[in-house]
Design a protein around this ligand. Structure first.
Ligand SMILES: Nc1ncnc2c1ncn2[C@@H]1O[C@H](COP(=O)(O)OP(=O)(O)OP(=O)(O)O)[C@@H](O)[C@H]1O
Ligand code: SF4
Ligand SMILES: [Mg+2]
Length: 325
């Protein structure tokens, strides 16, 4: 089975003080039809910029300077603007962390859902009934009444449901969810994740789930890409990533997941922070924080390397078992 989305060597640059910096720096990943790819990494690693690049929504003056984004057989980076606009929302939808910034406070949620539907279905009818059905699908009680409410009348969890309803109103093949539950409390977060999983089972859509929360990844993802400083540093099935993490950065991230307590003695919380674009360290960008770093690590940026079938890490010293012993 071919993948629905294949990103190859994607690079998205912003002008910098002295030279451009790559917020997305040669990323290659694939998303299978109907499956969930989790993308994890600390703040500033390029997760959002990667998803905006796929949608060709990179804010100016940023721009995509290299790579391919193959979606269902066509390179999105080569599509005419009009075709890309049509595809956005209809075949690939995106939801963000804070629905309040995506919903317009001046219009009722019903108007906004109907607007989203009309954008791709000019001749359609019964928009109100369809909008109510869309709210019902995301388990909003009394959907018909809720259509007439304004976003501020709803809780954060309800607003995120509305965003999901809007995103799914055109039955996309791919949903990109950028930190969809980060702003919500744990109970509501669990309900939204449940909902996404059920909707995925019903519709067969693929999901790219961006999060800094490995617990969410463990629950939701089939495959995982770990990003650090604009690059993918580890790529594996979710099972392999949790059972047998290979990149020291992933080890560090896992060290901060309480449910993996038993591994904590071996895995160290990561000190320091993601390097700023203006001061990228030479060689492996993780080396200033890496407890396994060696002089050779500063020589060049390690490429992703296969360590097991479908499991790759960008570390010259991997596999890591030898190091952690
Ligand atoms: N509009 C912009 N102009 C210039 N640089 C930007 C812009 N947006 C993001 N960046 C830079 O691009 C890099 C990646 O940012 P991005 O927002 O993709 O990170 P992220 O992984 O989504 O972080 P978070 O977890 O905080 O959402 C960062 O260095 C950031 O400073
Ligand atoms: S290449 Fe070196 S510095 Fe980078 S993650 Fe591996 S051991 Fe650490
Ligand atoms: Mg982000």
């Amino acid at each position: 089975m071919t993948d629905l989305l294949t990103i190859e060597g994607l690079r998205t640059e912003f002008p910098g003080e002295r030279r451009p910096f790559a917020a997305v720096d040669g990323v290659s990943i694939a998303v299978a039809r109907g499956k969930t790819l989790g993308i994890v990494g600390e703040s500033g690693c390029g997760k959002s910029m990667l998803s905006l690049s796929v949608m060709r929504l990179v804010p100016a003056p940023g721009r995509i300077t290299a790579g391919r984004v193959m979606f269902d057989g066509q390179d999105l980076l080569k599509l005419p603007t009009s075709a890309m606009r049509d595809l956005r929302g209809r075949r690939i939808a995106i939801i963000f962390q804070e629905p309040m910034t995506s919903l317009n406070p001046a219009y009722t949620v019903g108007d906004q859902i109907m607007e989203a539907m009309k954008a791709h279905d000019k001749k359609g009818r019964n928009f109100r009934a369809r909008a109510a059905a869309a709210l019902d699908r995301v388990r909003i009680p009394a959907p018909d009444r809720r259509l007439d409410e304004y976003p501020h009348q709803m809780s954060g969890g309800m607003r995120q449901r509305v965003m999901i309803a809007m995103a799914l109103s055109c039955a996309p093949d791919l949903l990109i969810a950028d930190e969809p539950t980060t702003a919500l409390d744990v109970t509501v977060q669990a309900q939204i994740l449940d909902l996404l999983r059920d909707l995925q089972a019903q519709t067969g859509m693929a999901i790219v789930l961006i999060t800094h929360d490995l617990g969410v990844v463990a629950e939701m993802a089939d495959e995982v890409a770990v990003m650090y400083s604009g690059r993918v540093v580890e790529r594996a099935s979710a099972a392999a990533l949790f059972d047998d993490p290979q990149h020291p950065y992933t080890l560090g991230l896992l060290g901060s997941v309480p449910r993996l307590e038993e591994k904590r003695d071996r895995l160290l919380a990561i000190e320091g922070s993601v390097p700023s674009a203006a001061a990228l360290p030479p060689g492996c960008r993780f080396h200033p924080r890496c407890v396994f770093g060696a002089p050779a690590c500063t020589a060049e940026q390690p490429p992703l390397r296969g360590l097991a079938p479908q499991h790759e890490a960008a570390c010259i010293r991997a596999p890591v078992e030898a190091l952690a012993a």
